[in-house]
Design a protein around this ligand. Structure first.
Ligand code: TYD
Length: 140
């Protein structure tokens, strides 16, 4: 896996949306090669207080796509050199986070739900949870 990802490698992906012609709402589907990896795990964050922060880690090999199924939240992304914040609030847009990017999820709206589609099963040894260790990992 590529370990020297930068903020430029982070992508928003458009998830196909099927709008109902009779006004019954929208349906979005993730299938085929929409994602650049096969999904091995799905998890979701919900009931997150607006003043709480989730994430606070980077991954060594794992890649994931975050989709705001409901409401909104901010994702603060950090490649060890620069940071940027992206607000997710469209269920037909997913944020693709490559390996080696520190992320924090914050400012959840009431009812905010973050769906995470992940390239691997849960492995604690794929996590970097100390920021200093992350900077060393990035060679900063
Ligand atoms: P954590 O990674 O700290 O959550 P976040 O980064 O979203 O704030 O995970 C919280 C707890 O849940 C921690 O004990 C690990 C556990 N966990 C699993 O058991 N399986 C999983 O797939 C995930 C994502 C977390």
């Amino acid at each position: 896996m590529k370990h020297n990802s930068t903020l430029a490698d982070i992508q928003m992906i458009e998830i196909p949306k099927i709008s109902d012609p009779d006004g019954r709402g929208n349906l979005s589907v993730v299938e085929k090669d929409i994602l650049p990896f096969p999904i091995k795990r799905v998890y979701y964050l919900y009931d997150v207080p607006s003043n709480s922060s989730r994430g606070g880690h980077a991954h060594i090999d794992l890649v994931q796509c975050l989709i705001p199924l409901s409401g909104s939240f901010d994702v603060v992304l950090d490649d060890g050199s620069s940071k940027k914040t992206i607000t997710l609030n469209r269920p037909d847009r997913g944020l693709l986070i490559p390996t080696g990017i520190w992320r924090e999820l914050e400012n959840f709206s009431s009812g905010g739900v973050c769906l995470s589609l992940v390239s691997d099963v849960y492995k604690e040894d794929d996590y970097i949870r100390e920021y200093d260790e992350f900077l060393s990992f990035k060679g900063a």
